[in-house]
Design a protein around this ligand. Structure first.
Ligand code: ZN
Ligand code: ZN
Length: 381
């Protein structure tokens, strides 16, 4: 800066502070403006010039000696005693022209990249891979015992040849000497430090001397991969299985994401899932219901069990067969719930028809609806 700068520039209004603003106010105001205008984040036209102006203003006003000089100059003009000659030296002690603010100091020792986002250390930090999601349908049968399914996935995956390091097997990536492994280099511009992505290692902080040929040094390959998923017995439909580390590979040595498998259990033709229990509806004949019977009932395993139907069994009654249901994921087993339904014959042979007619004549005065008709009659007024 020169004496001319001092005369022409209103540093107070550039920073938007009062003439008597104290040091903490100046610092607060400057921090705010520096963040807004920093060229690393603000790409608007003129932002960089404003940033420089703001920094220059702060440089002068934050230094008590310079601020006094500036105030006097603004009050009395360039001819004020002591300023027209060698009294004012715009150069600092190191002989560099320009202002001399340590931005990191002002900003409270924060890393520039952290403050301004992008271009900083954040970018080169190990990044966990994304979770991937897929869906599989399994049959009721597979659900009974649990199953192992191959899942075919297309996409990026960690290179198995180098285990994701990108270095030829048997060699290791070296720490980048240009940035000392940090992935960024500092550039000085007008007394300010700017963080740049290291050109030697592209911000990774590592140098691979001998690339793995399988992934060309990236540690990542694009491929169709088949992984095996173990589906536990008794899994409920729409359950999500999380296969750890089977998702997208991580960046810069970061952990891979997980694979989320949404499991759909298809409906069965004869069995109906009810939690750990399994339901089935079994037709029985009228005479079986009346006299009782021992009937064969299908169980999910594909075989049958014998179920004893007691005499005088009403239609729709449910019987429980212990431990013939679905295995649950904690090792237990549900029951088979058998609902009996009296089947009405569609065809009836001559002899059976005669016998049934004889039966009907025999029970004609036995009206099964008598009770509800009597109950209903009480409603009548
Ligand atoms: Zn590789
Ligand atoms: Zn580097």
């Amino acid at each position: 800066m020169s004496a001319k700068d001092y005369l022409e520039k209103d540093y107070y209004s550039i920073l938007g502070v009062a003439k008597d603003a104290d040091e903490p106010t100046l610092k607060k105001k400057y921090r705010k403006l520096a963040r807004e205008l920093h060229p690393d984040t603000n790409k608007e036209k003129g932002a960089e010039d404003k940033f420089k102006a703001v920094s220059e203003a702060y440089d002068v006003l934050s230094d008590p000696k310079k601020r006094t000089e500036y105030d006097q100059m603004r009050t009395y003009g360039a001819s004020a005693g002591g300023f027209s000659g060698g009294g004012f030296d715009p150069r600092n002690a190191q002989g560099q022209s320009g202002f001399n603010v340590n931005l990191e100091d002002v900003l409270g020792g924060f890393n520039l990249g952290d403050l301004f986002g992008g271009g900083g250390r954040k970018q080169q930090r190990a990044r966990r891979g994304s979770d991937l999601e897929t869906e599989v349908s399994i049959s009721f049968n597979d659900c009974l015992e649990g199953t192992t399914l191959p899942l075919t996935l297309r996409g990026q995956t960690t290179c198995t040849n180098c285990k994701g390091s990108g270095a030829k097997p048997g060699t290791n990536p070296k720490k980048c000497a240009a940035c000392n492994g940090s992935g960024q280099t500092m550039r000085n511009a007008g007394g300010f430090g700017f963080a740049d992505t290291c050109a030697a290692c592209y911000g990774t902080g590592r140098i691979i001397e001998q690339k793995d040929s399988n992934c060309n040094g990236t540690g990542i390959v694009n491929e169709t991969r088949t992984i095996t998923a173990r589906i536990p017995a008794g899994i409920k439909t729409n359950s999500k299985l999380r296969l750890k580390g089977k998702g997208e590979p991580g960046g810069r040595g970061g952990e891979p994401g997980d694979l989320i498998v949404n499991v759909i259990v298809k409906e069965d033709e004869i069995f109906f899932r009810d939690g750990d229990n399994v339901r089935i509806t079994v037709p029985i004949r009228f005479d079986e219901a009346v006299f009782g019977a021992q009937i064969a009932v299908p169980v999910p395993a594909g075989t049958t069990v014998t179920l004893k139907i007691p005499a005088h069994t009403q239609n729709g009654r449910t019987f429980r067969v212990k431990n013939e249901g679905m295995s649950n994921t904690s090792g237990g087993k549900g029951d088979l719930l058998v609902k009996v339904e009296i089947a009405v014959p569609q065809n009836i042979s001559g002899n059976a028809k005669d016998l049934l007619t004889e039966f009907a004549n025999e029970v004609t005065h036995d009206n099964p609806r008598a009770e509800i008709i009597a109950l209903n009659a009480r409603r009548k007024r």
